[in-house]
Design a protein around this ligand. Structure first.
Ligand code: PMP
Ligand code: GLN
Length: 399
């Protein structure tokens, strides 16, 4: 028989699924895959339940319920001063995952080049390649995750159609600064390119760091497609409701992609997300405040155990260097080891790179209840205390 699609056949199962399955098998506390362990706001959940029962169960409009598109436009104005036409410049998608794919489909023709910044989210590269486009990868390196400006500029060329990047950034916790965004904006103008902006963690920033959409910079309004996620903004990751904001010309084409991917997104969930986006500023500040406290709890605990904990400005994630603990295997071996032997799961940071990558960092999710974080820290502390400094033998490096 003929082979199915070569690229997808060669694509492995996502690291998030692999590590969650391993966690379940070993009854480990799962600080790997990034999902909160408590539901988001009760009134938003209630609104979805009500909407299921009051007849909002048939196909909604293709680009999204009017009330959600209006809420997305209003949130753009409230948080970023962006003036968005809800009728023409918003497309609701089934999660940011679909939104990212729809934006790439909207922009790319075979042979176009796309600049991507590693470490990167695991759907980006397969989708770019499935579309026949050519990725140009630029790397951020721990511990500083600085934007290598010369390399970024060199990655742009006559064939560049777009950059795709994520801020606040998974897994680094980096929030791009106004100066970094201005540098990217300048490249887009010079090369007549677009930006797909994965901003799913837009409301999860800490210590006074503020998310700045590239779209809000001068000259960027018509060059950017920016993507948000109700899953992250309302701690309801299973809902898979995302939203694209883009100028009308691009939004029209992104809607064509959505039309061919899923066509619509569940109307009951859309209704609830519309109510959620209208929540007062205290909700959004409270969400970030609560997560900042969890970040501090996990960061301090990991540092006490001996990890080298990197700073986190946004997102759900801490990156921690395990080399100081004396483990000499690579990050995949380390994450397997702590799952099996300590009962705590993390994600190897090398999974966010293609090819040879930094291999002594693990990503821990802190979007968990304080008692769960404490239990995980106790398990790790007990494990590494028993192993003792210098006695923790590195296991075989993983293939
Ligand atoms: N982008 C990044 C960087 C993410 O971490 C996630 C989380 N799953 C997504 C996109 C996808 O968001 P959604 O669940 O809304 O599809
Ligand atoms: N975004 C989540 C993470 O980075 C997981 C999403 C998924 O499992 N695909 O952990």
């Amino acid at each position: 028989m003929k082979s199915p699609n070569a690229l997808l056949s060669a694509t492995g199962t996502t690291i998030f699924t692999v590590m969650s399955a391993l966690a379940a098998r070993h009854d480990a506390i799962n600080l790997g895959q990034g999902f909160p362990d408590t539901d988001g706001p009760a009134d938003v959940v209630r609104a979805a339940a009500d909407a299921l029962l009051d007849g909002r169960n048939q196909y909604p409009p293709m680009t999204g319920l009017a009330e959600l598109r209006e809420a997305v436009a209003a949130a753009n104005a409230r948080f970023y001063g962006l003036d968005v036409d809800p009728g023409a410049e918003v497309v609701v998608t089934s999660g940011a995952t679909e939104g990212i794919t729809a934006c790439l489909m909207a922009l790319l023709d075979p042979g176009d080049e796309v600049v991507l910044i590693e470490p990167l989210y695991d759907t980006y590269l397969p989708v770019v390649r499935l579309l026949g486009a050519v990725p140009r990868l630029v790397r951020l390196q721990p511990p500083g995750w600085e934007l290598p400006r010369a390399e970024l500029a060199a990655a742009f060329g006559p064939k560049t159609k777009a950059i795709l990047f994520n801020t606040p950034m998974n897994p680094t916790g980096k929030v791009f600064t106004a100066a970094e965004l201005a540098f990217i904006a300048d490249l887009l103008v010079r090369h007549d390119a677009y930006a797909v902006c994965d901003e799913v963690y837009e409301h999860l920033t800490y210590d006074g760091w503020r998310h700045i959409p590239l779209m809000s910079l001068p000259g960027m309004r018509a060059r950017c497609l920016r993507i948000g996620s109700a899953g992250k903004t309302f701690s309801l990751t299973g809902w898979k409701v995302g939203y694209i904001t883009a100028g009308a010309a691009l939004a029209t084409v992104a809607a064509k992609a959505h039309q061919n991917l899923t066509f619509t997104t569940p109307p009951n969930l859309q209704r609830a997300v519309a109510l959620g986006l209208a929540k007062d500023d205290a909700y959004f500040a409270g969400l970030a405040g609560a997560l900042a406290a969890r970040r501090d709890q996990l960061a301090e605990g990991l540092a006490r155990i001996g990890f080298g904990v990197l700073p986190v400005q946004g997102s759900y994630f801490i990156t921690a260097d395990f080399a100081p603990l004396g483990f000499t295997g690579d990050d995949a071996a380390f994450c397997r080891h702590i799952t099996e032997a300590a009962g705590v799961t993390a994600i190897p940071v090398s999974a966010f790179y293609e090819g040879a990558a930094p291999d002594h960092y693990a990503r821990f999710a802190f979007c968990k209840r304080p008692e769960v974080l404490d239990a995980a820290l106790e398990r790790l502390a007990a494990h590494f205390a028993a192993a003792g400094p210098g006695r923790l033998t590195g296991r075989a490096r993983s293939a």
